[in-house]
Design a binder for this molecule. Structure first.
Ligand SMILES: *Cc1c(COP(=O)(O)O)cnc(C)c1O
Length: 409
């Protein structure tokens, strides 16, 4: 094998991001390669949430809507997410789930192209993206949904002058393949359509520049470590902000909510995408994580992400002939995850978890490993690959305990 465990330890010793690992509570004996699904717990999150519960809620009660800034959390949190996607403060609003934000984004964008009747989606999109497009088409339609990916043809074949918008993921949740956002956006714009990007698997691990894109959505519980169910976000390009409407026109997006006006008037800017009362405890947890992100150099994150994923591919190429890589080998073409196909992928993942290596399984036959550069070390990559070699080479996954499906795979 090309690299030794000691060499991995040496790489960790000179890693410019190495101190960030101390910012996280990681259970002993676990190599956590699932930060692409649920990011690890920042060490300061429990005290931040406890402060919000015990002091802001317990002592100051309803006054905290003003004094603790609860009312403005969707905007102030959005302002803190903005730099992570190359956006300006004021152009991002945090709230709701990604699915709900996709609905808000698609239904806001379609009326900007009133004469066009096609929505382009991707069969390889995370299913919720595709489901929500169907729901939006049902509400505002009729719309034709034209699918690319899978066996559905290419983007260029799908684009014509009837396409209103295109919704794609920047990084594919299953394979980790990454699209060139600027190049695809330019192609979509030259067909006269709008471009919405889903950034769930890129924000916090790949430098993202919203550039010319029209709208974007993303979540904060994956690489951003905001905690289970943390608020998602929506970005709207400044040129569209006064032209778009939130179909979920709730009171938090009203221009003057405390006028209790019976008629809806949208707030200026992205604030109109607020809907109802924000889950304040979840924002508190996300806030503790964003404190870390303020100090992170994304170029260093990307460099380490490429190093870790390349190392894992190199090691498994040498040690694990039983699996087939489905992630692009060219680092420029992938995010921060490495995926393989294995016919018995589910029991393989369970057997690995039993040995402290946590990845996950996605239909069909895909095992995924996410590499979060703030807390995953080169030595973890080494140990994960050698453990995978033991599990595959010794067929340890054949133990019948590993075959029974749990609700969440
Ligand atoms: C994780 C993920 C989602 C999740 O949507 P939620 O509504 O937040 O559960 C959506 N899209 C993509 C591409 C994802 O990776």
């Amino acid at each position: 094998m090309a690299i030794t465990r000691a060499e991995c330890q040496a790489l960790d010793a000179e890693d410019p991001l190495k101190d960030f690992r101390e910012e996280f509570s990681l259970p002993p004996g676990v190599i956590y390669l699932l930060g692409n699904s649920l990011g690890a717990l920042p060490r300061r999150t429990p005290e931040r949430v406890a402060h919000t519960v015990e002091t802001e809620w317990g002592v100051h009660l309803g006054a905290s809507w003003n004094t603790a800034g609860w009312w403005d959390l969707p905007q102030t949190t959005g302002d803190r997410i903005a730099p992570l996607i190359g956006a300006r403060p004021g152009d991002v609003l945090a709230g709701d789930s990604t699915s709900v934000n996709i609905f808000k984004a698609v239904t806001a964008a379609l009326p900007l192209r009133p004469d066009r009747r096609v929505i382009v989606s991707d069969l390889d999109n995370f299913p919720t993206d595709r489901y929500v497009v169907e729901g939006a088409a049902r509400v505002l339609g009729p719309y034709e949904i034209r699918d690319i990916g899978g066996n559905g043809g290419s983007l260029d074949e799908a684009l014509d002058d009837d396409v209103a918008l295109v919704l794609l993921s920047h990084v594919d949740y299953r394979t980790g393949a990454m699209r060139d956002m600027a190049e695809v956006t330019a192609r979509v714009h030259s067909a006269g359509a709008l471009m919405i990007w889903d950034l769930c698997h890129s924000a916090g691990v790949v430098p993202v520049e919203v550039g010319e894109i029209d709208l974007a959505v993303g979540c904060t519980y994956k690489y951003l470590n905001g905690g289970p169910g943390a608020p998602a976000y929506i970005y709207v390009a400044p040129r569209h902000q006064e032209a778009v409407h939130n179909v979920v026109s709730g009171w938090h997006g009203h221009a003057a909510p405390f006028d209790f006006d019976p008629n809806y008037r949208p707030a200026p800017g992205v604030r109109r995408f607020a809907v109802g009362s924000p889950p304040v405890l979840s924002y508190a947890a996300l806030g503790a994580s964003l404190d870390i992100w303020e100090r992170v150099d994304m170029a260093a994150v990307r460099a380490k992400s490429v190093a870790l994923t390349s190392l894992f591919i190199e090691l498994t190429d040498a040690l694990c002939p039983e699996v087939a890589l489905v992630t692009p080998r060219d680092p420029a073409g992938r995010g921060s995850q490495v995926s393989y196909r294995h016919a018995d992928g589910y029991p393989v993942i369970r057997a690995l978890a039993d040995r402290g290596v946590v990845g996950d399984y996605r239909e069909p036959e895909i095992i995924r490993f996410g590499f979060a550069p703030l807390y995953v070390r080169h030595v973890d990559v080494y140990d994960a690959a050698t453990t995978m070699a033991e599990v595959l080479g010794g067929e340890l996954w054949r133990d019948e305990r590993y075959g029974r499906r749990l609700a969440v795979t």
